[in-house]
Design a protein around this ligand. Sequence first.
Ligand SMILES: Cc1cc2nc3c(=O)[nH]c(=O)nc-3n(C[C@H](O)[C@H](O)[C@H](O)COP(=O)(O)OP(=O)(O)OC[C@H]3O[C@@H](n4cnc5c(N)ncnc54)[C@H](O)[C@@H]3O)c2cc1C
Length: 476
Amino acid sequence: MALIRRRDETDADEFEEAVWGRHIFNARRDTSRVPFAVCEAEEAADVVACVEFAKAHNCRVSVRSGGHSWAAWSVRQGAVLVDLIYLDQKEGGEFSYDPATQVVSTPPSASGRELNDYLAEQVGEDGKPRWFPGGHCPDVALGGFLLQGGMGWNCKNWGWACEAIIGIDVVTADAKQLHCSPTTNPDLFWAARGAGPGFPAIVTRFHLRTRPLETLYQSLYFFPLSDFQAVLRWVSAAAPSADPHTEIVVVTSHFAIDDFASPMVLANFLTFQPTEDAAELALSALTDAMPDTLTPTLAIDCEETNLETQYAMQTQANPEDHRYCTDNVYVSNDVTDLPALLEPAFTSLPSKQSAALWFAMNPTSRRQLPDMALSMQSDHYVSLYAVWEDEADDTGCVSWVRNAMKTLERKSVGSYLGDADFQARRTKFWSDEAGKRLKEVRRKWDPEGRICGYLDEGDKSGVEGLKNEFEWQGAP
Ligand SMILES: Cc1cc2nc3c(=O)[nH]c(=O)nc-3n(C[C@H](O)[C@H](O)[C@H](O)COP(=O)(O)OP(=O)(O)OC[C@H]3O[C@@H](n4cnc5c(N)ncnc54)[C@H](O)[C@@H]3O)c2cc1C
């Protein structure tokens, strides 16, 4: 049995290390939140023991899979922190794959890269390795990522990562082990695909459909920031009808490229194709639509790449031991001049490492979604990432995000849980209907609010959950 270490019975440094030392990605932390106890669970029975322990001590349970939530949602005042990092690590029990169904079973603490390293060995009858399009950053764990929906690789076309969940194993708020699927405990299964950190149980295992990994090709076009509007106008017009295996992103950042002295705007097209000819066809359709008035400062056309290189690029863009502030919106499809709306934020980055991202979501955003909690989307996902090192820069960097959101949220239909901080801003994360249903499912499965849920201002939301409304609703 894994040890449950109480704060009042544990060496202070050891406790601090267990809570914050490992696995918390964001170096900007609110260390005033102090758990009652922490346990590094090794098997589902440890998770059961933690919930029983929390009940006996009348406190809440918080959960950590990979520690990548920007606001460190796993660290909660007075809670028993269940860290799943060592779950099912013994005797090769971490992953299992069934070639007949092409379903992989994984603990929630596995990262996208760990799962894909395992799947790379599972070659299908077509001779292609299997893979799972998890988070873009290799170290994001599947737990937090999938519960909030999961904006994985080529989400624009392949849909939300959580749509590939066929079942989950959970420990409930009253310490029972259950399986959930479309036919067994279907309401918990419904909530597991979009409730995010308000999921009213602890997932100990995901069962996921995999896909064949094709070859990756990429085109990259860098422009001066003054071309921002023209670049976004071109790419956002071309994206909806682009090849269905191509991910499309426009980012502004300084980029770690020696030739660039100032921030640039990048149009980034990544395609998954069986042959180079197919990749040429997919990518040239986008490049051919580039207006003659645009001349890239640097252009890379249809270059073969691979998952490892893509992970390395993501890691470089999201360095460890840095301070982060993020927020996001789904800009309404009704907005008539998207480039003009985004330009002020995208061209005023507060630090060298910061970035602003537009992620094309159409056609996924135009589909009827499966019946699941995730229900908020639009054609335009926009997220701001302030990234810096020195605490003295906190005010400037945080203000960039907060001020930009004041304008953008009025043109949005809502936001994505994954890049949000409920302590900072109230907004909509689900359709009205799904938001209501989620409240009911949470109340049914965790009536006492045993599992911490959403970390809003003052950590008060409890069983009630998030309001699912715009803060400015009713305001002029
Ligand atoms: C560098 C970086 C890159 C990112 N890239 C992407 C991306 O490409 N796409 C995307 O969609 N998101 C992305 N994100 C956001 C990321 O998916 C979320 O922050 C997610 O919550 C991280 O999951 P985690 O398990 O690592 O985090 P944790 O902090 O461990 O988990 C977050 C919360 O989720 C809940 N939770 C986690 N595991 C469980 C479980 N097993 N059972 C019950 N509840 C659980 C808990 O409330 C927990 O506190 C990125 C984040 C970072 C820092």
